[in-house]
Ligand binder design. Structure first.
Ligand code: MIG
Length: 793
């Protein structure tokens, strides 16, 4: 498979004739006949269906769109001379091969004059993007935030197998997750185009032809969902309405995760537990990579290395540590092995055109692959998984190699639904359906508990079933830098709960790289250190006491901020807003369009981590310390510098030097950050006492705080309260008004204010939280990563 080759636009034939037939527009050339239909979806989205008569409708196989939005209201076309029109909420005009989309916001997007065409099985839609400046989304990608000038394939691969030199590069393509979404920024406005086609597709953004965005599908018909702005927020909210949000995960999964391909025995796990205790670092999850299995057979344990896995996992759980085990899709082809035998008996495996069970070559040797696209197969899988998770007292699962990775064996030979459906229809959805099936296991175990799943591969909407990590990166600065735009674009593509292997997976990390990676990622939605067998170990204590101190500070800071992160997860579930956001999400300005090295967590915390070191990049001596220096864009308004404890005026670019124990981090004027000032432990606490850290130069600050049981799925039935928190800053007095509403018991959380950036003596008044309270705020210090900042509490 040659990933660098695309179909030249000159090899397509474009629409030459157009006519209206009932509910569609017929378009034709000498080599094709096709139809365009239009549907209104849920009053916020318009869908265009491109139907080449000779092709299958790949959307029949797609699980990208939530079920409630698959059925649209047909909008009939009208003929107006040579043009056909669909008067949907976004108005569409077709004139020959040229398509014009007038979004409800007024934004107009056109194709070039040779805009819609076909070439055998292949479809092209070619947009004129001369006026667009930003291109975002596209799922999981290498490179920078703005994809202008890049070309991207949507075809999930086991990256390291296909591109053996990824560790040295930051521009390989494709990756593990396919989400054919582009969000365009035109002037100050945004719009979104989602191409629903799970087959192999590509988008070329001004690489092949300047001023053009080319979409190509290699097989199957495509649905184009049109999502209006005007803001980036509007597009992302619309897209997550269509494709779903992550459920609020269990609180422990928002903590710190420690993993390595190389923890092989019970003793290894117990030693980890002790080390974290000894070094006073909270850890919420320890992970089992493939070595726990017996001969890599799914749903087994190597009983020599792990004589009593359930006992071990219970022991960990008593210490507040959860456990997650890896599960690959490949079932060892091994008569006598019960999982294989039962799957064989029930005919659950994918087939070849020759009618045999498709065989790949992965860890267990020859293995066969469950066809997760079929409901009975998912039921079969969920049964095995539920039993295994329960019997082993595991808390979550890690789904790997589901791109699917088949090693030596040609993946295209794998067919679905008894061999009747081609590989392409489900290739990009293999991991997606595996996640769906695995999530069903957790429903079997306890339909009211919150599941935790992590998958490598995915498709549009996979966030409904699982979190995603960004696969095998490498321990180098380039891959650290790349991890930020990757997580940001995944978030804009609906996958809020994601993150990279912290410290880097392949190769040897260095002390500086490890520290800086923790600092960059400590507020990422998913926060896990993971490394490859044979590489230098990279646990927090791997480089001695200085490194340990800095890493410990970042991990502890995450636990302090878990109440804030929890709120970000709730907001994501309720609105679709990502947790990690590019600055563009909140601020307009050309300076943010290409900004890949700083980001917002929620709407109020901005992190601009140091992303270079080891002699690379700018190094200076400042305040007697060796510092790395970088540029930081400070958006308009005032920002509180949490590293230096002072207000900084926005609308400028700072040249900022940070020592190895410093993370450049800012909170916007008017923000309130919920903070846990209790005893830190592995088991994230009951948030019954929350400090509200108020950042305001005067006037008001506000926050809507969601209160629920943090354990069950009750919030999905509306069992949560919203506490509208208003802080008013007066003359040496801060007044907090809390108005809690909702069906959950009231006043289960006690809030108290902490005030930043205001010296002198302050009085506080809290009203509406159970009772009215008055207090005097005294000077104290609060720990933010490495700095102790003076505040009044
Ligand atoms: O062929 O399970 O991306 O995280 O440690 C490698 C071993 C298989 C790939 C995953 C990686 C994991 C590794 N797996």
């Amino acid at each position: 498979m040659l990933f660098l080759q695309k179909v030249h636009p000159l090899n397509f034939e474009y629409v030459r004739e157009l006519s209206v037939h009932g509910d569609g527009v017929r378009i034709a050339g000498s080599s094709f006949a096709a139809q365009i239909r239009c549907d209104e979806i849920g009053n916020f989205c318009t869908r265009l269906r491109l139907r080449n008569d000779a092709l299958g409708n790949s959307y029949d196989y797609s699980d990208g769109i939530c079920e409630g939005y698959r059925q649209g209201h047909p909008v009939p076309p009208q003929l107006d001379g040579e043009r056909a029109r669909f008067e949907a909420s976004h108005r569409i005009e077709v004139a020959g091969a040229e398509l014009t989309i007038r979004f409800s916001t007024g934004l107009v997007l056109k194709t070039v004059s040779e805009g819609i065409g076909f070439n055998g099985d292949k479809t092209i839609v070619n947009f004129d993007v001369t006026h667009a400046r930003g291109f975002y989304g596209f799922g999981e990608r290498t490179g920078s935030l703005n994809k202008r000038g890049e070309s991207m394939q949507f075809w999930n691969v086991d990256v390291v197998l296909v591109f053996p030199h990824t560790y040295a590069r930051d521009d390989y393509d494709p990756a593990y997750v396919a989400i054919p979404l582009v969000i365009l920024k035109v002037g100050k406005e945004y719009c979104g185009l989602y191409f629903d086609n799970p087959g192999r597709t590509l988008m070329d953004v001004e690489q092949m032809r300047q001023g053009q965005l080319i979409y190509q599908a290699m097989t199957g018909n495509t649905d184009v969902y049109l999502i209006a702005g005007p803001g980036l927020r509007d597009v992302v909210r619309g897209f997550t309405k269509l494709t779903g949000c992550a459920e609020v995960p269990p609180l422990w999964s928002m903590g710190y995760h420690q993993c390595r391909w190389g923890y092989r025995t019970e003793a290894d796990l117990l030693e980890l537990k002790e080390k974290f205790e000894q070094f006073d670092i909270p850890v919420s999850v320890l992970w089992y990579d493939i070595d726990y299995m017996e001969g890599y057979r799914l749903f087994t344990w190597d009983r020599e290395a792990f004589p009593d896995p359930a006992g071990l996992n219970r022991r960990l759980k008593e210490a507040g540590i959860r456990s997650v085990a890896i599960i690959d899709p490949g079932v060892k082809r091994d008569p006598g092995y019960p999982v294989y035998d039962s799957g064989k008996a029930q005919g659950v495996f994918c087939k070849t055109a020759s009618g045999r069970d498709y065989v790949g070559r992965v860890w267990p040797g020859d293995c066969v692959f469950p066809d997760f696209s079929q409901t009975p197969v998912r039921v079969w899988w969920a049964g095995w998984m539920a039993r295994f998770v329960q019997e082993s007292a595991l808390d979550g699962v890690w789904l790997d190699m589901n791109d699917p990775a088949t090693g030596y064996s040609l993946v295209e030979d794998m067919r679905f639904q008894n061999g009747t459906v081609s590989h392409e229809a489900y290739h990009n959805q293999y991991g997606h359906y595996m996640a769906k099936a695995s999530r069903e296991a957790f429903d079997l175990i306890d339909p009211n508990a919150r599941p935790f799943l992590l998958t490598r591969s995915g498709f549009t909407g996979t966030q409904r079933y699982s979190a995603i990590w960004t696969g095998d990166n490498a321990s180098n600065w380039r891959h650290l830098r790349m991890s930020i735009p990757c997580t940001l674009n995944l978030g804009l593509s609906g996958v809020a709960f994601n993150g990279p292997d912290v410290g880097g997976f392949m190769g040897n990390t260095t002390e500086a790289l490890l520290i800086r990676w923790y600092q960059a990622a400590f507020l990422f939605p998913f926060f896990r250190n993971h490394s490859m067998q044979g590489s230098k170990t990279q646990e927090p204590w791997a480089f001695g006491s200085d490194c340990l101190a800095h890493v410990r500070a970042t991990i502890r800071a995450r636990y302090r901020l878990l109440p804030y992160l929890y709120q970000c997860f709730c907001q994501h579930y309720l609105t679709g807003d990502p947790i990690l956001r590019p600055l563009l999400y909140e601020f307009e300005g050309p300076g943010y369009e290409d900004l890949s090295d700083q980001f917002l967590v929620g709407s109020s915390i901005m992190v601009a981590p140091i992303l270079h070191g080891d002699g690379e990049g700018e190094e200076v001596l400042s305040r007697g310390k060796r510092c790395q220096r970088r540029y930081i864009s400070i958006p308009p308004g005032w920002w509180f510098d949490l590293n230096r404890g002072e207000w900084v005026e926005g609308g400028q670019t700072l040249r900022y030097a940070a020592a190895l124990d410093e993370v450049p981090m800012f909170v916007g004027d008017g923000a309130i950050i919920p903070y846990d000032n209790g005893l830190l432990s592995n088991r994230p606490a009951d948030f019954d006492r929350i400090e509200l850290h108020v950042f305001s130069r005067g006037g008001t600050a506000r926050f809507d705080y969601v209160i629920d049981d943090r354990e069950t799925r009750g919030y999905q039935d509306g069992v949560y309260n919203t506490a509208a928190i208003n802080a008013e800053i007066g003359d040496h007095e801060i007044e907090l008004k809390i108005a809690e509403e909702g069906p959950y018991p009231k006043d289960t959380v006690t809030f108290s204010p902490v005030l930043y950036g205001h010296p002198g003596e302050w009085r506080a008044r809290v009203e509406g939280n159970g009772q009215a309270r008055r207090s005097v705020l005294k000077a104290s210090t609060r720990e933010w990563v490495c700095k102790r900042i003076d505040v009044r509490a």
